[in-house]
Design a protein around this ligand. Structure first.
Ligand code: FES
Length: 567
């Protein structure tokens, strides 16, 4: 083992390299490692177990299986912890901490002596954070996801987190489900280890990791509790060892072509709107930018092929059994770049050569018989969103696609919580609900874009309304919802100028969202805008000073490839 590899890589600075190596070996032996083991190449295993992360409950057995693969292939496995982000356990929102986890991952991969790394994540922000960190560290890396949950049952109905969480909560708010039943359902929504059971953000990011080539082919959709998940872990360990002998860096795997392929798969699976922000951030770490016009072109060319919640009927366990990402890629083979490589070194074109043994067409449609002819997500523009906004047309109500309506404005999350269910709220079903001050700078961009239908309208049977905001939305949610309006209100975006009673026009056909107020009046109102106070200390101060807007993935400006916001 040379000086630059294995246990002698990246020696601690004492001003005496031989002493540093001697001391490290001595301390490593205190972990019970023999000289023979310490002479082997090292595979780090970035593990993220946490008592605050239900989605990572299987982490110990995954680490064991990866270690088995590493040992069998002749290297030394070294698990190490990083930040873990459990979506529903973080205040104000996990999104604030994605970049923190990415920095932790990047720095620990770079600082510790490892020749390759397996990154194990699953919950919404963890896989993006690990991919961002791996891209920046640019050490040979394999992404392994924890896998989705299996479904539960309630009175004969199959259910899974978390589209059904929202559906039943909506029924409860509308008075269709009583207190006793909602309490029963609470224990039946998330019944196994793993990530949310639908095509939410975690599942979408798993599909993206596989399409990028950073996760093993076929590994994205394997349920968390399936034996194949452990086999994928074992192979991930073996693959990491192979990457040491045959180096393929994240920057070789994540290319403009593989990023475009990932956007295609995102459209075909009708994935989460959040994945646009995350994939943009991952690509941005390597200086790759896909403009909104190209995103819309990809969306218009790529049909929705997967019938999964939140836009369809099935769950991730069905997607796995139906053929998974491999089946999707074969259907859109003529649209994807076939020259990309994955961590195994295989070209995508070669991967797709053998036919699938069987595809369940109830879940994964053929290209010629899609769920819908166009992709699920599009970018909008307009005077209210000069830098863009995102709209999930596949999860929206087509009858609302061409609408002009009266704005009902909520000035922030507290205002929303205080007034949305006020019986005196002046709101009609065809109004447009507006939430602002929920963007990256103002509030960490929480998943608050799925504004609840005001109780008084929900009780009249209103199921959907146009809702627009600078916030994000859970990948498991649905509705006619415009998200990620940029620039956000807090940094002086025109969203800050909307007043209740103004008219707003949404046109999905034209891909526009516009405030029907003269430009001079918008400019006059903007001149009165005052930005919110910044945090004074700690990580939140760093966050406030450096976070970029959604079109740049909400990454920190100093974490892009050039270390500036210019990338
Ligand atoms: Fe972890 Fe949904 S809460 S994936």
């Amino acid at each position: 083992m040379s000086d630059e590899h294995g246990i002698r890589a990246g020696l601690t600075n004492y001003g005496d390299r031989d002493f540093a190596a001697y001391l490290r070996s001595s301390f490593a032996r205190s972990m019970g490692l023999s000289k023979e083991m310490l002479a082997k190449p090292i595979v780090g295993i970035a593990m993220t177990p946490s008592g605050f992360n239900n989605c990572h409950r299987t982490m110990p057995e995954l680490v064991e299986a990866v270690s088995r693969g590493v040992l069998a292939a002749g290297a030394l496995p070294r698990p190490f912890p990083t930040v873990s982000l459990g979506e529903v356990f973080l205040n104000p929102t996990s999104m604030v901490y994605r970049n923190l986890m990415s920095m932790d991952t990047e720095e620990m991969v770079r600082a510790q002596p490892m020749d390759a790394v397996v990154l194990i994540g699953g919950c919404d922000k963890t896989v993006p954070a690990q991919l961002m960190g791996a891209a920046s560290a640019d050490v040979p890396a394999v992404q392994l996801v924890t896998g989705p949950m299996m479904t539960g049952r309630h009175r004969g109905e199959r259910m899974g987190a978390c589209t059904d969480c929202r559906r039943f909560w909506g029924k409860y708010r509308a008075g269709e489900v009583d207190q006793e039943e909602i309490a029963l359902i609470e224990g039946r929504l998330a019944t196994t280890a793993g990530t949310c059971a639908v095509m939410g953000t975690a599942s979408t990011m798993a599909c993206i990791a596989e399409t990028l080539g950073m996760a093993l082919p076929g590994s994205a959709a394997i349920p968390a509790v399936h034996a194949d998940r452990l086999v994928a872990a074992e192979y991930s360990g073996k693959t990491a060892v192979d990457l040491i002998a045959n180096p393929r860096l994240p920057s070789d795997v994540i290319t403009e072509h593989s990023v475009e392929n990932a956007f295609r798969v995102l459209m075909a699976v009708s994935g989460s709107t959040n994945a646009i922000v995350h994939l943009t951030a991952v690509a941005g770490r390597l200086g790759i930018r896909i403009p909104n016009a190209r995103l819309n072109q990809i969306s218009d060319e790529t049909p929705v092929l997967v019938d999964l919640k939140p836009v369809g009927d099935g769950y991730m366990e069905d997607f796995f059994a139906a053929g998974g990402v491999g089946a999707i890629l074969r259907e859109i083979r003529h649209l994807v770049h076939l020259d990309t490589i994955d961590v195994t070194g295989q070209r995508l074109g070669d991967r797709l050569e053998p036919k699938m043994e069987w595809v369940d067409r109830r879940v994964i449609r053929s290209f010629d018989e899609p769920i819908s002819d166009e992709g699920g997500l599009i970018a909008l523009t307009g005077n209210i969103a000069p830098d863009g906004a995102i709209f999930k047309r596949a999860a929206a109500t087509p009858a609302l696609f061409e609408t002009e309506g009266r704005a009902v404005v909520f000035d922030g999350l507290e205002d929303l919580a205080k007034r949305v269910d006020d019986p005196d709220l002046d709101i009609e079903p065809n109004d447009i609900m507006v939430l602002r001050n929920a963007g990256p700078v103002a509030a960490g961009m929480p998943e608050a874009g799925y504004l609840p239908i005001p109780k008084k309208l929900a009780r009249q049977g209103v199921k959907d309304m146009i809702r627009i905001s600078d916030a994000r939305m859970s990948g498991t949610a649905f509705g006619t919802i415009v998200l990620h309006i940029s620039p956000e209100a807090a940094v002086g975006g025109p969203l800050a100028t909307v007043r209740s009673g103004d008219r707003i026009r949404l046109s999905v056909a034209e891909k526009r969202i516009d405030l029907q107020v003269p430009a001079e009046e918008i400019a006059r109102r903007l001149a009165e805008h005052t930005p919110p106070a910044e945090h004074k200390r700690g990580y939140r101060a760093l966050y406030d000073r450096t976070v970029m807007q959604a079109p740049k993935g909400c990454d920190f400006d100093f974490l892009t490839q050039s270390g500036t916001s210019k990338d």
